[in-house]
Write a protein that binds this ligand. Structure first.
Ligand SMILES: [Zn+2]
Length: 485
């Protein structure tokens, strides 16, 4: 399979998180009564005139700026004509159009950066982002067999993000999609939930003999709804195209879908050309003229993006590259940690706790982070209790388990259960002496240095005897003192 070099590009559709539709004032509401939110505009009634949603334009520009794009201040709307049972208008208003004269998407020429497995970074070009409207939905009923039409989704605003064919493996494709999803979440222009269908990805893939050979013929795999399916579909298509080329045949340009059950890509139609859609400038709308001041205002208020936040966590909180990566994958988690770290004496220790304890529990929890009872302040307080030697790290795990269960403050739990660390030297020394007296042979080995593991043995015994409450630092000191006697 390594015989051929894959060339991959992605097309990502995401639903913008506006309250109303792209060209009318109808509300966007999911899982509601069918055909509840419709009007002459989104149903395409004759004479109804579309008016662009300013918020949708703002979101598209925000996304474009976050993806390092140029913004076209004179973008154009075009009409893409096709028949589909869930498209009552018989056309879609979009910003693409085959001919260069019609092709003025709102954003173009951007890039993202992904970190590859070996730690190096790679830039992947963003060709364009254009705005368009979604179609409705068909609901198929099997009893008796019939199909119903729900127009609630008609006219919902979408952005289509198209990457350059810069991607060279299915793994890189997943990294690129992850980065774009992350930026959609950080900028809050879309819920970017692949399971709910408000983000879907098409993968274009072709093979060529070597890195400098011309591009081969590509297949387009539609509607991949998870990272796993994107990766699997691309691998399946690489295998298929490799076999075709090995047999001396030519790959045919086509549109496909992926069946995760059989792990195969299936042809759904031979590739249509742009002229099949009879694009022309949308006659019901003037060009989308954008005030540069509007763009600058959006640029000025752009939120901190994932790469910047990751770097800030490293410099501001002293966490490792790995920690920073894990803590910033999800926007909500990054905010949670950031809030906690600002109130914590040891942000790096806090990072360890969040990654190894909190996130592990969150993964198991239905509802994820939003369902937990522990607040960032409580988590910071717990780490502060370890830092000022009120409790040991071991006891802290017990306290954390209780906090997670009940949402109580760590101080209250420590107080209630009498978990405070014993820092009374006299009390600890008494326990150490007791343990030493019970294990004279082992103590001799420790004292003479014949068995270096013996110190750990004694610390363990003392900790157990004190119910985990002895200060481990003091236990070590006292053991050294006794050995020197
Ligand atoms: Zn409407």
């Amino acid at each position: 399979m390594a015989k051929y070099c894959p060339v991959i590009g992605l097309e990502i559709h995401c639903q913008l998180a506006t309250k109303t539709k792209m060209f009318c004032g109808c509300e966007i509401e999911v899982n509601t009564t069918p055909n509840k939110h419709v009007c002459p505009v989104c149903l395409g009634m004759p004479g109804a005139m579309p008016v662009p949603n300013k918020k949708a334009v703002e979101y598209a520009i925000r996304l474009g700026l976050a993806l390092n794009c140029e913004i076209d201040l004179n973008a154009m709307w075009t009409r893409k004509n096709y028949f589909y049972p869930d498209l009552p208008k018989g056309y879609q208003i979009t910003q693409t159009g085959g001919l260069p004269v019609y092709d003025h998407p709102i954003c173009k020429n951007g890039w993202i950066e992904v970190t590859l497995e070996d730690g190096t970074t790679k830039k992947i070009g963003i060709t364009r982002i254009h705005m368009e409207e979604d179609a409705g939905k068909l609901v198929h009923d099997m009893s008796p067999t019939s199909s119903h039409f729900d127009a609630n989704r008609c006219g919902t605003p979408l952005c289509e993000i198209v990457t350059e064919p810069d991607i060279r493996s299915p793994e890189e494709a997943v990294l690129a999609l992850q980065k774009i999803k992350q930026i959609l979440e950080y900028t809050q222009v879309s819920n970017a939930n692949m399971e709910n269908g408000n983000m879907r990805c098409d993968g274009n893939i072709s093979l060529r003999a070597s890195e400098d050979a011309p591009f081969g013929t590509r297949a387009e795999i539609k509607n991949l709804n998870s990272f796993t399916n994107l990766e699997k579909a691309l691998y399946a298509e690489i295998t298929l195209q490799s076999l075709t080329l090995d047999a001396g045949k030519e790959v045919e340009q086509c549109t496909k879908r992926f069946d995760p059950n059989t792990n195969k890509t299936i042809v759904i139609r031979s590739k249509e050309d742009a002229h099949d859609y009879k694009y022309f400038p949308e006659p019901d709308m003037v060009r989308l003229v954008t005030d540069p001041a509007f763009v600058e205002e959006i640029r000025r208020t752009l939120p901190e993006l994932p790469d910047a936040r990751r770097k800030r966590f490293i410099t501001e909180y002293g966490v490792t590259e790995y920690d920073a990566h894990v803590l910033t994958i999800d926007r909500d988690i990054s905010i949670w940690y950031d809030t906690a770290a600002k109130q914590c004496k040891a942000p790096k220790t806090l990072a360890n706790w969040v990654i190894s304890e909190l996130l592990r529990e969150v993964k198991e929890l239905e509802g994820g982070l939003s369902a937990i009872k522990v607040t960032p302040k409580q988590m910071a307080d717990l780490v502060n209790l370890i830092e000022n030697n009120t409790i040991s790290g071991k006891i802290a795990k017990t306290v954390f388990a209780e906090m997670f269960e009940t949402g109580k403050d760590p101080e209250a739990i420590v107080e209630e259960k009498g978990l405070k660390q014993v820092t009374d030297v006299g009390a600890i020394e008494a326990v150490v002496r007791e343990v030493v007296a019970a294990n004279p042979a082992q103590f001799e080995q420790f004292k003479t240095g014949t068995n270096p593991k013996m110190k750990g043995f004694f610390v363990g015994q003392v900790m157990r005897k004190s119910g985990g409450k002895a200060n481990p630092g003091l236990v070590n000191e006292i053991l050294d003192k006794l050995a020197a006697e």
